[in-house]
Design a protein around this ligand. Structure first.
Ligand code: R1P
Length: 311
């Protein structure tokens, strides 16, 4: 542990640094792009305003935070790694260090089990989670047996901010054909392997039917990835935006607007994989579109500019 933590409930250092991201108030802006890959986070630095210093922090626990301005608007890009837990750390720790409303866009990659092709873009209007049902595996049950348990649990869907989705679509349309942009539901899985239907002879995963189950449960599912559900779920569970945490006025309304857009890296039905050259091409044009969408987003209340801010 790099810093002395003061509180076990919501650990922070004396100067207010959160435990895992290591940022403090004034180091993260209200408008945030979150990505999985650290290099994808670094890519955004080239587009930030040159006349404002760029804040850069790599935490010991794998978070990369970049903050600067884009067209004069404070913006942060946060590389979080992968999975539901990392998204949970990120959203809660950022929420606790930024005053005012937050707009968060996840810019990720995904697999498709629908009409999109590799290199296309998906803007999921909603996301549900698929999690391994550990109980099912406790007593040697196979896929056909029934003890009332199913091998995978499906949650309800939680939804993105429709305006933010529209802004992303509008910006993507500057560089992509409308036939290359898809919406629909996203399945956020708790594993890259078992709950995404990958066959692994080293484990009993009981997942050979999972695509069928997905389409039977949510017919408009287009993508599979590992984070968007937690973003949409926590945004819709967020309480009202505090100016200062001690001044929380009511629990009505959400303090976080969230949306996501993903580049299709693999087609699970056709077994096709994007090339590294295509990734570079799509990442640049879609990344720029996400940045443009985010700065256009209106927020009711932002972090006041002060000496504590790095922008
Ligand atoms: C798996 O390879 C990772 O890629 C996808 C998945 O959600 C998972 O995090 O997203 P990112 O490219 O944003 O990491």
């Amino acid at each position: 542990m790099k810093f002395q933590i003061l509180n076990t409930n919501f650990p922070k250092t004396e100067e207010g640094r959160v435990y895992h991201m290591e940022v403090k108030r004034g180091e993260v802006a209200n408008r945030i792009i979150t990505v999985g890959d650290t290099n994808r986070a670094k890519m955004f630095i080239q587009w930030l305003d040159k006349d404002t210093p760029v804040f850069y922090l790599e935490s010991q626990r794998g978070f990369t935070t970049v903050t600067g301005k884009y067209h004069g608007v404070p913006i942060s890009i946060v590389g979080i790694g992968m999975g539901l837990s990392m998204m949970d750390f990120f959203i809660r720790e950022v929420r606790s260090t930024v005053d005012g409303q937050l707009a968060i866009i996840r810019f990720g990659s995904c697999g498709t089990i629908g009409a999109p092709k590799v290199g296309n873009m998906i803007i999921p209007s909603g996301a549900f989670a698929i999690t391994r049902n550990y109980n099912y595996f406790s007593n040697g049950e196979d896929e056909t047996s029934s003890n009332g348990e199913k091998p995978y649990n499906f949650t309800k869907a939680f939804y993105a901010d429709p305006m933010l989705c529209k802004q992303i679509e509008k910006q993507l349309l500057n560089s992509f054909d409308e036939k290359e942009i898809f919406t629909g539901l996203n399945a956020t899985c708790d594993s890259f392997y078992s709950s995404q239907g990958r066959q692994d002879e080293n484990f009993r995963d009981c997942n050979s039917d999972i695509f069928k189950t997905i389409t039977a449960t949510y017919p408009n599912t287009v993508s599979l990835e590992m984070e968007s559900f937690m973003l949409y779920h926590l945004a819709s569970s967020s309480t009202s935006a505090p100016l200062k945490h001690s001044n929380r006025v009511s629990d009505k309304g959400n303090s976080i607007k969230a949306a996501a857009t993903m580049m299709v890296f693999v087609d699970r039905f056709k077994n096709e994989i994007i090339s590294p050259e295509k990734v570079q091409e799509v990442e640049v044009i879609a990344g720029k579109a996400v940045l443009d969408a985010l700065v256009e987003t209106e927020l009711s209340e932002v972090h006041p500019e002060s000496e504590e801010c790095v922008w």
